[in-house]
Ligand binder design. Structure first.
Ligand SMILES: CC(C)(COP(=O)(O)OP(=O)(O)OC[C@H]1O[C@@H](n2cnc3c(N)ncnc32)[C@H](O)[C@@H]1OP(=O)(O)O)[C@@H](O)C(=O)NCCC(=O)NCCS
Length: 148
C-alpha cells in the first residue's frame, strides 16, 4: 500500500478548510447539498483526522464527535475519489479507533450510507436497528465495541 500520514488537524485552519472541500466534493455535491455555516460552526470542538500523502496531498478525512463519556460517533468519512479502494479508508478508521481507545471511549457508532455498509462490516462494525433516511438517502446505524 502507498505511504500515508494520518494526523489530527485543527478546526478553522487551512487544513480544515481543505478537508471541508473534500467532504463537500465526496459527500455533499453528489446529493446536491451544501454545508451550512451553522453545521460547520458546531465542529469547533470535534476531532478532525486527515490522511496525507508524504508530499502533503490530502487523501481522506474522518470526524469523531463524542456523544457521551463512553460513546463516540464517526462521521464524514471521505476518501478522495482517485484514492478509493487502496486501503486509505481502512487505515483512517483504524487510526480513529486507536485514538478513541486512548480517549477511553468504549463504543464507536456511525450512520453508514447503504453503499458503505460492506466497508464497515469488513472493519468489524455491525448494523443496529432499522435503516432510516438522512441527507435524502438510506442509512444504517452501525456500532463497534472497542477491544481492550
Ligand atoms: C467508503 C469509503 C470511505 C471506503 O474507503 P476506501 O479507502 O475506498 O476503502 P479501503 O480501500 O480502505 O477498503 C477497506 C476494505 O473494505 C472493502 N470495501 C471498501 N468498499 C467496499 C464496498 N463498497 N463493498 C465491499 N467491500 C468494500 C475493501 O475491499 C477492503 O477490504 P480488504 O481489507 O479485504 O482489502 C470510500 O470509498 C469513500 O469515501 N466513498 C465515498 C463516500 C462514502 O460513501 N463515505 C462513507 C459515508 S458513510
Amino acid at each position: 500500500m502507498m505511504q500515508i500520514h494520518i494526523r489530527q488537524i485543527e478546526f478553522g485552519t487551512p487544513e480544515y478548510d481543505e478537508a471541508v472541500w473534500l467532504r463537500y466534493e465526496v459527500l455533499r455535491r453528489p446529493l446536491g447539498l451544501e454545508f451550512t455555516p451553522e453545521q460547520l460552526a458546531e465542529e469547533y470542538d470535534q476531532i478532525h483526522l486527515a490522511a496525507y500523502e508524504p508530499a502533503g496531498r490530502l487523501l481522506a478525512y474522518l470526524n469523531l464527535t463524542p456523544i457521551d463519556a463512553d460513546i463516540v460517533k464517526m462521521r464524514q468519512v471521505a476518501v478522495a475519489p482517485a484514492q478509493q479502494g487502496r486501503g486509505v479508508g481502512k487505515a483512517l478508521v483504524a487510526e480513529s479507533e486507536r485514538l478513541a481507545a486512548d480517549l477511553h471511549f468504549k463504543k464507536m457508532t456511525l450512520h453508514a450510507r447503504q453503499v458503505a455498509v460492506p466497508f464497515y462490516e469488513r472493519l468489524g462494525y455491525s448494523i443496529v436497528g432499522e435503516p432510516f433516511e438522512e441527507v435524502s438517502i438510506l442509512h444504517f446505524k452501525m456500532e463497534k465495541v472497542q477491544q481492550d
